[in-house]
Write a protein that binds this ligand. Structure first.
Ligand SMILES: [Zn+2]
Length: 329
């Protein structure tokens, strides 16, 4: 064991930060630095980093990179739609007891607010890392309104970038790299493990990217219709066009004119499949399919943990669904 007095200043800083963030709660931080010199604490218990991921895709990356050295929780519960998820007071308390929080600003306003108040954990915000851009969903009806209220204008600003980066496996590689860097800084003792885990994860993500590139290269159609517009980054990456029933926010009800616009796209492109998703009511999509003679199928936006398998498995299933819907070779 290394005596405390020869630790580098950086190491002492991390230990001090961990102690601060855990004041008043049981010590769950990476505590190898404070293990007594007599070696009484040789077990792994109490030596894991506690990490809060805002929702499933970030949880998947953090677990893959962190392996046995991290204890990852998802702020958004499984099978809860993460858009606009409202944190309960107990969620905020749990956040403050973690070592690291990984999230994307602007996707979950309630989490943004909570993090403004929580001072304990290190915070890794990924929007710049994953290069968020603007994607139009179905056009909003602002032209029909006389003027936006101030509140609506704020809402539009918050929606100005598309959060759904995780459906692009190339952007996921950038996020994984940033998470590896943060874990290695918080827990340098296990930096080599994090680096090795990142290499394995990167192989998986590169494999998905290659499968998508090859699988979607030769298709009869290139437009696909989704329940909400979660697939903009995927469409950009692989040369497809997404049309959606309800825009970027799955909770928003399409207006009659928006529905008419989607119906027109279905008819003009010869679309044969209207995609639905598990956490959003399929009612509107089913009505659209019935009106246009299309069928429905499920395309998973992977905003919550899949019922079986993981992110990579869900991405592979989505690829098969897309290939069927678009009649790809
Ligand atoms: Zn979404």
């Amino acid at each position: 064991m290394v005596p405390m007095n020869i630790l580098s200043p950086a190491r002492r800083g991390i230990a001090a930060a961990a102690a601060l963030s855990l004041a008043g709660v049981s010590l769950a931080a990476c505590s190898t630095d404070s293990t007594p010199a007599d070696g009484t604490n040789t077990g792994q218990t109490g030596e894991t980093l506690s990490v809060a991921a805002s929702f499933y895709p970030i949880q998947y990356l953090t677990e893959a990179v962190g392996g046995d050295h991290v204890d990852v929780t998802s702020v958004t519960p499984t099978n809860v739609e993460p858009h606009d998820y409202e944190l309960a007071p107990k969620d905020v308390t749990a956040l403050s007891a973690t070592n690291l929080v990984v999230y994307v600003a602007g996707f979950q306003p309630s989490l943004d607010d909570a993090l403004a108040e929580v001072s304990g954990p290190t915070v890794l915000e990924l929007s710049a890392t994953v290069d968020l851009v603007h994607h139009d969903g179905v056009a909003h009806d602002h032209d029909e309104d006389t003027e936006d209220t101030e509140e609506e204008a704020d809402h539009d600003a918050a929606e100005s970038t598309d959060p759904h980066f995780w459906l692009d496996p190339v952007r996921m590689q950038a996020a994984a790299q940033a998470i590896e860097t943060a874990l290695a800084q918080a827990d340098p003792d296990h930096a080599a493990d994090y680096e090795a885990n990142l290499a394995t994860l990167t192989d998986t993500l590169e494999g998905l990217d290659a499968d998508y590139s090859n699988g979607l290269a030769q298709c009869e159609r290139t437009t696909f219709v989704t329940a909400h517009s979660a697939f903009g980054y995927l469409a950009d990456r692989y040369g497809l066009t997404q049309a959606s029933v309800s825009g970027l926010d799955p909770e928003s009800e399409p207006s009659p004119s928006e529905l008419a616009a989607v119906k027109k796209i279905v008819e003009e492109t010869g679309t044969t499949t209207i995609f639905t998703e598990e956490l959003v009511s399929p009612k509107t999509a089913e009505a659209l399919a019935a009106e246009t003679g299309a069928t429905t199928a499920v395309l998973n936006p992977i905003e919550s943990a899949p019922a079986s398998g993981d992110y990579a498995g869900a991405m592979t299933t989505n690829l098969e669904e897309l290939r069927t819907a678009l009649s790809c070779e």
